[in-house]
Each structure stands twice: as C-alpha cells, then as structure tokens.
Design a protein around this ligand. Structure first.
Ligand SMILES: [Zn+2]
Ligand SMILES: [Zn+2]
Length: 181
C-alpha cells in the first residue's frame, strides 16, 4: 500500500508537469482547454487563481475515474492508497502554488520553489513547469537555474515590496528586482 501511495504521488508529480506544460502553454491548445484559459489569466493577472469550485469538480470527476480503475487493477486497498497519494499530493501542489504567490515563505525549499516558479512566470514560460519539484523539468530538458528575477511592477507579489517605499525588501534584493517603472 505504501508503494501504491508513492506511485500516486509520482503520478501527480508527472501530471503537474504535463498539464502545466501542454494544457497551459502549448501554442493553440492552451486557448482551447479550460485549464489553459484559466492558466493564461493566472499569468497575465498574477494574483488570479481559478475558483475552488472548478478545481473541486475536476478533482471529483478525476477520482470517479481513477479510483475504480486502480481498484479493479490492484484491489480496493491498493486502489484507495494510490488515489489518496495522487489526490493528496495534488492538494499539496495547490496549497504550495498559492503560497508561492502570497507568502514569502521560510527556508531553502521555500526560496528555491519561489525562484523556480517566478523564473517561469517572468522570464521564460517555456521553462520550469514543475512547481513542487524540478524532477520532470530535468528529465525533459526544460529546467533553468534562475539568475536574479526581474518582476514586472504590475505583477509584483505582495511579499516582495515594502509598502512604505514601493521597493523590494532589502533582504530579497539579491534574488529579485522590479522592472517596468
Ligand atoms: Zn503561478
Ligand atoms: Zn505557467
């Protein structure tokens, strides 16, 4: 069951990459699927996220397909463990992605995850599609190590700027700068 749960986690990790890269960013297709439309709005507005009810409905529909199939293949216990690993790690991704945008975070992983993701947002949306890890970017050759990240002033994260001065907080200036003002 532990192996099934880990397989579920790895399945989400791969889906996170594939959905973002192909449904979110492939030319043409991104305009024609609901994830792509929401994701384009997320990129152009910065603090926009698709509403929870859409994510909830998608998750329910997904579980309604995956759980019976996994249970038929491996038995109910294995099917439940696999689905729980997959959906559980999907929820981790959702929370993490939201936090990247709204909170500065603490520790080396928080710093890495924000730099990895904001390089994707503000420098090259063809790179760094993974959010929770760089694994599939490395596998598929879309990984870039970010240099200093230049954030458009209009899309600046709320944790980046000191509201008193409008400048990037001093302790973040090594990692980020503002452009477009
Ligand atoms: Zn984002
Ligand atoms: Zn994107």
């Amino acid at each position: 069951m532990l192996i099934a749960a880990i397989a579920g986690v790895m399945t989400w990790s791969l889906l996170e990459y594939l959905i973002h890269r192909f449904a979110g960013h492939s030319r043409g297709f991104a305009k024609k699927n609901p994830f792509g439309v929401e994701h384009t709005a997320h990129h152009s507005r910065g603090d926009y996220f698709a509403p929870w009810w859409k994510k909830g409905l998608f998750t329910l529909a997904f579980v309604a397909v995956v759980l019976p199939v996994a249970s038929a293949l491996g038995g109910v216990a294995i099917g439940v463990a696999y689905t729980a690993g997959l959906v559980g790690f999907y929820l981790v991704y959702e929370v993490l992605h939201r936090l990247l945008h709204v909170w500065e975070g603490v520790g080396p992983y928080a710093r890495w995850a924000r730099r990895h993701h904001f390089h994707h947002h503000f420098h090259d949306p063809r790179m760094n599609h993974g959010v929770t890890s760089p694994l599939w970017d490395i596998v598929f050759g879309t990984w870039r190590r970010p240099a200093r990240i230049d954030v458009p002033v209009k899309l600046a994260m709320r944790w980046l700027r000191d509201p008193a001065t409008g400048e990037v907080y001093a302790h973040l200036r090594e990692d980020y700068a503002l452009r477009g003002r």
